[in-house]
Design a protein around this ligand. Sequence first.
Ligand SMILES: Cc1ncc(COP(=O)(O)O)c(C=O)c1O
Length: 391
Amino acid sequence: MLHHAVMQIRDFGIEIWMNRWETTCRYNLAETCVESITVDALLGLAGMDPDDFLAELLPMRLTYGAIVGTDRLRSAIAALYETATPDDVLVTHGAIGANHLAYLALIEPGDVVVSIVPTYQQHTSIPESLGAEVRLLRLREERGWLPDLDELRSLAAGAKVIALVNPNNPTGSLLGEAGLREIASIAEHEGAWIVADEVYRGTDQDGAGTSPSLVDLYERTVGIGSMSKAFSLAGLRLGWVTAAREVLDAVSRHRDYSVISVGMVDDLLASIALEARDALLGRNRAIVRENLASLDAWVTAEPRISYVKPQSGTTALLRYESDLPSESLCLRLLETEGVLFTPGSALDAEGYLRIGYANNATTLRDGLARTSAFLATLATGRPGTTAGSRT
Ligand SMILES: Cc1ncc(COP(=O)(O)O)c(C=O)c1O
């Protein structure tokens, strides 16, 4: 008898949506990376002569390289934290690989995970697929998309893991040091780990742009980082985990089965980028701040859209006034104007659209203008008549 192995994991809503549409749309307002940088521009920011870079690259023999990541790279990653050393870091295939390995290392069937949602879906679906009981702490717009800590305290009873994304995707909210310390004390009371996905760290709207990492505030943090978002280098497919020895050893055991090592060229470019992090984050801070100013002006002027203005990250949740379900609205907008947003339905946030505003400034402005034209056509319909035309 043929035996069908069924993988008990949900469809990854956002990745399915992005894979389907991101290469064919005209105005991509769904992308969450800060506008990706060329190798040429990166070397320029790093003050590196391209010939010197080639002198490093050309003699490189393309072996598996340093299995856990080069010392140079792990030192540059450790320098992003106050308390991490290079030995506390394992390099992975993107943060997507890091998150996956973190849950494989931490979760056994029956464990309780509290996940703060909406979130990047790995933080609910992977633990669920590993047999965890996943409890959802829902962020609410009226609280500025920040968690209710009393609710967290009661949900966290008996939890092994609390999972959060900070700065937050999709809402753009930011937990500062005081809020993180409170969450840490709730976790500590339970002896729980915190999986802190901090891939947007370094994109704050205010101050120097980088606020504290939970890694430096709570020992049982499993810190997740990436070159993709704040560092605008998704093409490297390079992320990392930093955690206490016992978790890192377990991550390493799983990593041997699915990673071996990351690419040597990626490791080199990530090292160069992180060694030039002040310049690179400076470029990216200017992009997120200027683009959010454009978005904010648009939201203010657009009668059918409202939002909580982001404090950090590259995304915002836009509330829209229409009876259309978010996916229908996004598909119509895509068909008529070529503008791509992410429907809230792909993020368990129906009634909202997610915008990624940190990409090309002209695309953002033009895409928003077309969105206004589209919303104006919706407005001419009588209230309620649009709801029947689901696609
Ligand atoms: C919160 C969060 N974590 C992880 C990832 C995956 O990033 P990477 O490109 O490093 O794999 C994303 C990508 O959208 C994300 O938003």
